[in-house]
Design a protein around this ligand. Structure first.
Ligand code: SF4
Length: 372
């Protein structure tokens, strides 16, 4: 399961899509006017958020998040500034850098409608397996960027014993040559599989919720939200760090976006990767519009105000949704982690560009933890 970058993934260096006057979230079936009475006083909402989240470290409620997501563009600078203050206060200045590699790409039996790795669609990603020397080389290149985390990803419903054996061999080979923490994203897990990954020394496991519970059946039909949730709980209880995020811009309402943030908050993951849909040709969501940069940045800030202490990572889709300027705005608006290099099926930004931007913003890269 290609959760960490999902398949929101971006085609590198494409131009940012023009903003539309209509919010993505208004395609949902709930009335847009529902919270208008509350958000007409944007200043009051931001004051409440400042008192509650910045001062006390208590995340916003689902209803408050929906109000944040409806703030007008004029209030975006103040919202991002507050989200950045929250991140600095409760997480500190460090940025966590991670690289990902696909051990098995394409041919997945599941039907996540955003994903070009599903074998059920006509999208052009063929099934490919990586060998161990290639895996080690990818880890070495990731470590050379200063990244502390290297995530091994496979496009599967869940791992079979053959895949787990390959992961075990790959982790052993990486450990012998590269100093980096290893994460995995291999789909849904049984308790025995969780135990095996713990025993291999996997530091963090990624499994995204992808969408809010109320919208999930519009996104995936081959497995349920509850199955995903169960894997996340097993991981969290195992001692591995849980990395669990989702995708926005899939036609969900703003309320459902707030619902996703609230359900993630309830799971209490160590890290939340935030993906923006990059509509991939041949998938059921291939014709959806790219969400506006304003909506994407409001989502970044809202997720930070929901989860003040959590690592919030830019994952797939930021290049097409936000471009260079928006990437910078998000890093100054609540984001404190990035994926460097390419995603699973599309190109990301040149790592040197991201690292130069972090240097320019005077954001130190988090160092490898020796205590985990
Ligand atoms: S189709 Fe498969 S690889 Fe793609 S997101 Fe769904 S589970 Fe992951």
């Amino acid at each position: 399961m290609a959760g960490i970058a999902s398949e929101a993934i971006a085609v590198g260096r494409r131009q940012r899509a023009p903003a539309t006057s209509r919010s993505d979230g208004e395609r949902g079936d709930r009335p847009a006017a529902r919270y208008i009475a509350n958000v007409t006083d944007s200043a009051a909402l931001l004051t409440v958020a400042r008192d509650q989240v910045l001062a006390e470290g208590r995340g916003l409620s689902e209803q408050q998040l929906a109000q944040v997501l409806r703030l007008p563009d004029d209030d975006l600078p103040a919202l991002l500034e507050l989200a950045h203050e929250v991140r600095m206060r409760w997480c500190g200045p460090d940025i966590e850098v991670e690289g990902i590699v696909s051990l098995k790409t394409g041919g997945c039996p599941e039907d996540c409608h955003f994903c070009s790795q599903s074998g059920q669609f006509t999208s052009p990603v063929r099934a490919v397996w990586l060998n161990i020397p290639e895996l080690v080389e990818a880890a070495r290149q990731t470590a050379a960027t200063g990244a502390t985390e290297f995530c091994i990803v496979a496009a599967v419903r869940g791992p079979d014993q053959r895949l787990l054996s390959q992961v075990r061999a790959g982790i052993g080979a990486i450990r012998a040559e590269v100093d980096i923490q290893i994460a995995c994203s291999l789909g849904m897990l049984t308790q025995d599989q969780v135990d095996q990954l713990v025993e291999m020394g996997v530091h963090r496991y990624n499994h995204n919720l992808e969408a809010a519970r109320s919208y999930f059946s519009q996104v995936v039909t081959t497995h349920s939200f509850e199955e995903r949730w169960e894997t996340c709980e097993r991981v969290r209880e195992s001692g591995m760090e849980l990395c669990c995020g989702g995708l926005v811009g899939m036609g969900e309402s703003l309320e459902q976006r707030a619902e996703l943030a609230t359900q993630l908050t309830a799971l209490a993951p160590h890290e939340v990767p935030l993906n923006f849909l990059n509509p991939r040709p041949g998938t059921p969501f291939g014709d959806l519009p790219v969400m506006t940069s304003g909506d994407a940045l409001r989502t970044v800030a809202a997720f930070r105000l929901a989860m003040p202490r959590t690592i919030l990572r830019y994952a797939g889709g930021r290049e097409i949704t936000l471009g260079e300027l928006g990437t910078r705005d998000g890093l100054l608006g609540g984001i404190n982690a990035v994926i460097v290099g390419n995603y699973l099926t599309t190109l990301g930004r040149d790592p040197a560009e991201d690292l130069a931007l972090l240097g320019e913003l005077q954001m130190p890269i988090k160092e490898l933890s020796r205590t985990l």
